[in-house]
Ligand binder design. Structure first.
Ligand code: ADP
Length: 428
């Protein structure tokens, strides 16, 4: 069974139609058509037998009368052939055979039926006591041409109605398809395409409900985003004030420690605000990921940092927010460079997604930290990071970007010794 709604609906429609048509054609052909054809053959056989019986014992005058009556009223022309022997030509197909047998049953005479279907008439030769009688009449007396017209109409009308329902079916299924496409895009974090509720009332309702739901979710997400951004923004002022106040105090150990903490808090808040600023406005564009990654790698090359990159021609173009993805990948590569001297980037394609794989040969990430590193402001080794200046937001942002591309980010152990980051993007 096909799995698609269109194909299924199509089968539900077409199978009964074909069955009904086939049954009616069969019943008609088997029963009705055959009995009508037999009746016609029987009637003609009866007419011929009657004429033969009458003519055999008739006087020449009566014979003339009979011949005229047959020609006028029965549309059968009759000729006398003097030859004793009748032509040997004989046919034995369906109706003609039946006609022959019926005449033979009625009379004892020798009978031969000649088929001349193409020419539109039939010839029946009957040997009588008075010589051979040749009956010539139209083949319509045996054939029923309306049968074929009937069957063609039956099939023709079925085909026409079938195409009409096909068009209706398509129109009913299109809104469901576009609803599911929109839901998929929305679920993968892309901007939802514009959809208009259309089709049957149930589908319209579902589409309208989906539009309302997606708007509500968007509003909720934005509200939280803005709230956090607001808090971060408002924290900047007291932090600056604290910094100034600390600067005015005597430089004791405790004051120095506090100053460091305040600076770090400031960097965290700035990091978050920077992230929030760029979010949500960028539109996805179709991108060739091989070229896109090659460009990122070249940037590192220019900075004197060599990164291996193996393009993968199997990877098709993807819809991505270029700045966001570039930011995420740059962050992963920056981390790798920070902790390792050998870094490589690769592209891999799976059925529904594309994976950008970044390997390094650095310290790696302990198993119990693998899940935690994606949390905001989380750092594996605090002292290691304060030297390098990270606030622990890079991977959090990278994960967020992966999720808004319908993917995710994973970390595992790299075959070259350090950490392996897999940044996945859904293919739409
Ligand atoms: P940061 O700003 O500190 O780099 P990230 O969120 O980018 O923050 O990274 C979180 C932590 O994950 C880092 O502090 C580091 O300890 C660890 N980490 C990230 N990438 C690697 C890597 N390639 N090798 C080892 N540790 C890493």
């Amino acid at each position: 069974m096909p799995r698609g709604l269109f194909a299924r609906a199509f089968l539900i429609l077409i199978i009964p139609t074909i069955l009904v048509q086939a049954t009616s054609i069969y019943v008609f052909y088997e029963r009705h058509w055959e009995s009508v054809s037999r009746n016609m053959a029987e009637t003609l056989a009866g007419e011929i037998s009657t004429i033969v019986t009458l003519i055999e014992d008739a006087s020449p005058k009566e014979r003339e009368k009979i011949l005229r009556a047959a020609s006028n009223f029965m549309k059968i022309d009759i000729e006398f052939i003097s030859r004793e022997k009748i032509p040997a030509e004989q046919i034995s197909d369906g109706n003609y055979n039946f006609l022959l047998r019926t005449i033979r049953n009625n009379l004892d005479n020798q009978v031969v039926v000649t088929d001349a279907r193409q020419a539109g008439y039939i010839v029946v030769n009957v040997a009588t006591k008075k010589g051979v009688l040749r009956f010539i009449t139209t083949s319509k007396k045996l054939e029923n041409p309306t049968t074929y017209i009937f069957i063609s109409w039956l099939i023709g009308s079925a085909v026409i109605f079938f195409f009409i329902s096909l068009i209706f079916l398509r129109n009913q299924i299109r809104p469901i398809t576009s609803l599911s496409e929109a839901a998929e895009k929305f679920g993968k974090g892309f901007d939802m395409p514009y959809i208009k509720p259309s089709g049957a009332i149930e589908v319209r309702k579902a589409t309208a409900a989906f539009i309302t739901m997606s708007k509500r979710i968007k509003r909720q997400v934005n509200q939280r985003f803005e709230m956090l951004a607001g808090i971060s923004h408002d924290l900047r002022t007291p932090l600056t004030r604290m910094k100034l106040e600390l600067a005015m105090l005597d430089k004791s150990e405790a004051v120095k420690g506090l100053e460091d903490d305040v600076s770090e808090m400031q960097r965290m808040v700035d990091g978050y605000i920077n992230f929030v600023k760029g979010e949500g406005k960028e539109q996805p564009i179709t991108t060739n990921l091989n070229n896109f990654l090659a460009e990122i790698v070249q940037k590192y090359d220019r900075m004197g940092k060599n990164i291996d990159f193996a393009p993968n021609s199997l990877v098709a173009d993807c819809e991505i927010r270029q700045n966001a993805v570039s930011r995420a990948i740059t962050n992963i590569i920056d981390n790798a460079i920070r902790y390792a001297d050998k870094v490589s980037v690769a592209l891999e394609k799976t059925e529904n997604s594309v994976a950008i794989i970044v390997d390094d040969n650095g310290l790696g990430i302990p198993d119990n930290e693998k899940n935690k590193i994606f949390r905001a402001f989380y750092r594996v080794d605090k002292s290691r990071n304060s030297q390098t200046g990270g606030v622990g937001l890079g991977l959090t942002i990278a994960r967020d970007i992966a999720i808004t591309h319908g993917g995710d980010i994973e970390v595992s152990d790299s075959p070259i010794g350090g950490a392996r980051f897999i940044f996945r993007i859904a293919i739409i």
